[in-house]
Design a protein around this ligand. Structure first.
Ligand SMILES: Cc1cc2nc3c(=O)[nH]c(=O)nc-3n(C[C@H](O)[C@H](O)[C@H](O)COP(=O)(O)OP(=O)(O)OC[C@H]3O[C@@H](n4cnc5c(N)ncnc54)[C@H](O)[C@@H]3O)c2cc1C
Length: 577
């Protein structure tokens, strides 16, 4: 089959015709004003397939541009837009800064995109250590203000660009969560929620008084729990228009920006210090990390994969490949780097003491070697380098990302390395030479967060590109929809993307106490017409219905086994999965 024919085939599914009447459109315009509504196809196209993993959804025609975009300026306008959409049965979706593909419309073009970027208020209460934020405030803005006041907050792997509100709602985790809570609901004191039908509800401490926003939970049932959760609702249960979140004490010296573009970094003050260690093997690295957590020291730490270092050193994709092709699988197998961030929260003495404790563990006990370490940061406090993740292949997504106990995490990581080898041989993924997925402890090492980063060649999944290869698309989908979920259910690991939006809820639900039935019931109760991100919960099952071959018999057998006897029994009985 020629590339031209393949292109035709991949573009076959026609989107439904727009269903927004002129009357509804002009009423939307009356709410926000003519300046803040548009159906200009070029502007609307800018909202198609934005962000993380977008290539896979956009190029295959899953995400579509919205019918129109509206930009409300306050909660009242958001509420009026939502009520209007509800009355006319018009699907809508909200987005704050569009780092996640899921903010785009799926499969349909009759959507109103509610862009919250005009809602940009920020209040920082320094004395009581909390901030009240509207959706368009991004991490870089919040952090720049906090650092001036000797305070800090967690930063997600997605960097300084995402909206704090939507990231706290969506995931809200990064290596700086290690000491402060990795669960945003424990940081979030209050939230203002526009329900899918347009009612405005004050939740958490906001139900009492916004003046009290420095602490969480007013007495009484806390409605925050209905819409909050880890990668939970993907915007399908209404819109958060404001949150109050705790912020945390840091140290007094400034982090000074230096350099531009690729060279941009922060120079670290004396009370913030990185130390990289090389460990003799992976077990030593894991154990050292765990023991540092037990001693309740350090500000953050993580494992550094070899290809990250190559990304960090290269200035372009060509540069990356020139360097990467000189790296050998043996080098990767023998490189075990632990990066520890020390913060003297109270004094320089504290930092020095903690570094000595770490040395006792890493160097004396586990045979690690302290490496020469540059005292700049381009990846934790403001994350200027995050786009580097697209460098190897033009595509980046963490196919498996989540948390678990130590045993499950090490097991799933080991299996993942083996499974990925087949897909590398088949030309689907970039060859990381057997690299171990990266990991970092949260909550003072009570829990391990890990991410397997799979990079497909973005040209091979783009039907408009002459190198398009349907096998790469099929391989990626099989990996996502069968290989990853099979390991999840086998080991009982919590993949953040495995909750029914990126994976099939129909296949995974029975392995998880049919939890999806309860979430569906809640969704129907609050959104009986399903106008808020219409159909999103079903989109993966629709894709699977159209391409059933991406679900392997192996995954089906594992899921059945786990649904019948629970993952623990399935694993302990060694059912040969
Ligand atoms: C390279 C990379 C690495 C990443 N690593 C991490 C990481 O380590 N930790 C982490 O936490 N995240 C990580 N992310 C995810 C990233 O932080 C999310 O994309 C981000 O949380 C989404 O924020 P956004 O402002 O782009 O949201 P959007 O794309 O605007 O929206 C995200 C979702 O939330 C919904 N939504 C948006 N605003 C609202 C609102 N006000 N009310 C209700 N629903 C809303 C949208 O409909 C959508 O479903 C990473 C992303 C990238 C690109």
């Amino acid at each position: 089959m020629s590339n031209e024919e393949k292109k035709q085939e991949a573009q076959a599914a026609a989107p439904p015709a727009p269903g927004i009447t002129e009357e509804a459109y002009s009423e939307l315009g009356a709410i926000v004003g003519a300046e803040y509504i548009t159906r200009d196809p070029v502007i609307c196209q800018a909202y198609n397939g934005r962000g993380y993993g977008r290539e896979a959804f956009w190029y295959q025609g899953v995400t579509q541009k919205p019918y129109c975009v509206v930009m409300p300026k306050n909660t009242q306008e958001v509420s009026r837009i939502v009520k209007l959409c509800y009355r006319y049965d018009i699907p809508y979706t909200s987005g704050s800064t569009y780092q996640a593909a899921a903010a785009s419309a799926m499969f349909r073009t009759d959507f109103v995109m509610i862009d919250l970027q005009r809602m940009d208020k920020i209040v920082i209460d320094e004395k009581n250590m909390y901030a009240i934020l509207e959706p368009s405030i991004i991490y870089a803005q919040l952090l720049a203000e906090l650092y001036k006041r000797d305070m800090y907050f967690q930063v997600p792997g997605g960097g300084g660009q995402p909206s704090v509100v939507s990231n706290q709602m969506f995931q809200g985790q990064g290596v700086l969560c290690y000491r402060i809570s990795p669960w945003p609901e424990r940081r979030m004191n209050g939230a203002e929620w526009v329900t899918p039908e347009g009612e405005v509800v004050q939740c958490g401490i906001f139900m009492d008084n916004q003046e009290h926003a420095f602490w969480g939970q007013a007495p009484g049932p806390d409605l925050l729990g209905i819409f909050k959760g880890n990668t939970a609702w993907w915007g399908t249960l209404g819109i958060l228009t404001k949150i109050s979140t705790k912020v945390y004490p840091f140290q007094p010296e400034p982090l000074v920006p230096d350099g531009v573009q690729r060279e941009a970094a922060l120079n670290l003050p004396p009370r913030v210090r990185y130390q990289n260690y090389t460990l003799p093997n992976e077990d030593a690295l894991k154990n050292a990390m765990r023991e540092i957590g037990r001693e309740q020291i350090a500000g953050a730490m993580n494992r550094v994969p070899a290809f990250w270092r190559t990304i960090g050193r290269s200035h372009s994709r060509q540069d990356f490949w020139d360097l990467w092709l000189k790296v050998t699988p043996e080098e990767v197998a023998n490189t075990h780097i632990l990066r520890v961030l020390f913060i003297g929260y109270t004094s320089l003495k504290q930092l020095e003491y903690e570094m000595k404790v770490a040395e006792d563990i890493v160097v004396k006990k586990y045979g690690g070697v302290a490496r020469r370490t540059k005292q700049t940061d381009d990846g934790t406090f403001l994350y200027s380098i995050v786009t580097g993740m697209w460098k190897p292949t033009g595509f980046y997504a963490s196919e498996m990302v989540g948390m678990g106990g130590y045993r499950a995490t090490w097991q799933i990581n080991a299996d993942e390395i083996e499974v990925t080898k087949n897909y590398i041989k088949g030309g689907v993924f970039f060859d990381q030479y057997g690299e171990h997925p990266w990991y970092a402890p949260f909550n003072l090492a009570r829990v391990i967060y890990s991410e397997h980063m799979a990079h497909v060649d973005c040209e091979k999944i783009d039907p408009a590109n002459p190198r398009f290869d349907m096998n790469s698309v099929g391989g990626l989908l099989t990996f996502l929809e069968s290989e990853v979920p099979k390991l999840l259910v086998k080991y009982g690991w919590a993949n953040l993307f495995g909750n029914g939006h990126i994976n099939s809820k129909l296949l995974l639900g029975p392995t998880m106490h049919n939890y999806h039935i309860w979430t569906q019931k809640i969704k129907s109760e609050f959104d009986p017409k399903d106008v808020c991100r219409k159909g999103l919960a079903d989109h993966m099952d629709m894709i699977i219905a159209g391409a059933p071959m991406i679900i392997t018999e192996d995954f089906k057998a594992t899921a059945k086994q786990v649904a019948e006897s629970g993952w623990k029994d399935a694993e302990l009985a060694d059912v040969g999965l």
